[in-house]
Design a protein around this ligand. Structure first.
Ligand code: FAD
Ligand code: FES
Length: 394
């Protein structure tokens, strides 16, 4: 990493909460964006780059972030606005610029544009950081993080944050790639391991390395986890073990079920999905979500009250539409991006009434989140005449 990437002094607190985007321009009716200038662009591997952004002083509040959060970057193909999410691979309080790390997807519109065609000085339309991957850890713990490919971006942000800020935590990073040449951010991973030899243990696993590779081979799958789990358990030295993972859904499903077989409670397993495909065609029965205040009957004139950025808006719901569509019709300034349940931007909390969420909501949230009234507005419909949704209380 170049000079100037790190803050000269270590700062030991989280970045704080994101600011209100109210003063900035609404682009084409979508969520508000800020124009951010590309400060530098670095080649990571053959098909991956890191891009850093300088944040002007007056936007520092809006762009403060938590480890593991992502930026939504928008572009325009002449006909429509296309938005994609990219996790911040930088760490709040450690780096003085924001950085994303992008891997080109075969035939992918935005990743190809970012990797091949953006340059230093370009201005990208960018939404403020969002996401709730990282959860505050309230006691000394052994944190095991599994990353596959570009999944290293949010994982590295969290690893660095834990090592720099929480000296009671131990960290084990398991990082899966095809070959040693395809390992993104390899130097930074190595540096962290070298700087914290007693607290940070890294294992690389390669699925297609040649015979020069002497480390672990294969994928991070069920049999690998079954084999390695006892060692991770030993390393924990009686500290509770918490898991974070990011990569393809299949790998995370297998990992999650294997951890559960080893008795790890779901609340200690956190995952972030990059997949843009919602495995839900809308035909399955919905999931009931209840607010803390109770309910009346469903009807044609459902009224939705929404709280966002400390302001209250009112929207009326048309039968069949999702809650997000009703809110956007009412010009409520709510966060959203994909409108199909994959980016998690529209996470909100139902405080009054009852709603029905499409089962695909469980690709991003857990049942225990739904039990607390959390939902995705783009995958939810009201079930009662009056509902109240809060975007600030999450
Ligand atoms: C919360 C979140 C954080 C993310 N963070 C990062 C990150 O840090 N770095 C990064 O490189 N990407 C990240 N992604 C993925 C990124 O948002 C895009 O989905 C990805 O770059 C593909 O977009 P595209 O426009 O290039 O492809 P598209 O034009 O949308 O798709 C082209 C083709 O690729 C397939 N495809 C789409 N997405 C993927 C995918 N993720 N993997 C494999 N095939 C795919 C599509 O089905 C299609 O066939 C993140 C996604 C989410 C939801
Ligand atoms: S807008 Fe992306 S999950 Fe709802």
């Amino acid at each position: 990493m170049p000079k100037g990437f790190y803050y000269p002094l270590k700062v030991t607190s989280l970045g704080g909460v994101i600011g209100s985007p109210k003063e900035i321009t609404q682009i084409g009716g979508r969520m508000s964006t800020y124009p951010l200038r590309v400060a530098e662009k670095y080649t990571e591997t053959e098909d991956a780059v890191s891009i850093t952004f300088d944040i002007p002083q007056d936007l520092k509040g809006a762009f403060s972030y938590l480890p593991g959060q992502y930026l939504t970057i928008e572009t325009d193909n002449g006909e429509e606005t296309i938005a994609r999410q990219y996790s911040l691979s930088s760490t709040p309080g450690v780096h003085n610029v924001l950085r994303i790390t992008v891997k080109k997807v075969e035939g992918g519109i935005v990743s190809t544009w970012l990797v091949d065609r953006t340059s230093k000085g370009d201005v990208l339309e960018t939404q403020v950081p969002r996401g709730r991957f990282f959860k505050e850890i309230d006691q000394p713990s052994h944190v095991v993080l599994l990353a596959a490919g570009s999944g290293i971006a949010p994982i590295l942000s969290i690893v660095r944050w834990l090592l720099e800020n929480e000296e009671d935590h131990k960290v084990t990073l398991v990082y899966g790639n095809r070959t040693p040449e395809s390992v993104i951010l390899a130097t930074e991973v190595e540096e962290l391991e070298g700087r914290y030899p007693d607290r940070c243990f890294v294992e690389h696993i390669m699925s297609r390395a040649n015979s020069d590779w002497l480390g672990a081979t294969g994928r991070i799958d069920r049999s690998y986890i079954q084999k390695r789990f006892p060692d991770w358990d030993d390393r924990s030295n009686d500290l509770p073990t918490i898991f974070y993972m990011c990569g393809p859904e299949g790998f995370m499903d297998a990992a999650e079920s294997t951890f559960q077989e080893f008795g790890i409670p779901l609340k200690h397993i956190h995952r972030e999905s990059f997949d843009m495909i919602l495995e839900d065609d809308g035909e399955e029965p919905g999931l009931e979500v209840n607010g803390t205040e109770s309910v009346d009957e469903v009807g044609e004139t459902t009224k939705i009250v929404v709280v966002v950025g400390g302001e209250e808006y009112e929207a009326s719901w048309k039968k069949g539409e999702d809650i997000l569509s009703a809110l956007l019709r009412a010009e409520a300034d709510v966060p959203f991006s994909c409108q199909e349940g994959t980016c998690s931007s529209c996470i909100s909390k139902l405080t009054v009434g009852q709603i029905e969420a499409r089962p695909g909501v469980l690709q991003t949230l857990r049942q225990e989140d739904l039990d607390e009234g959390l939902t995705l507005a783009c995958l939810s419909k009201p079930k009662t005449k009056n509902i109240r949704i809060d975007f600030d209380e999450i």
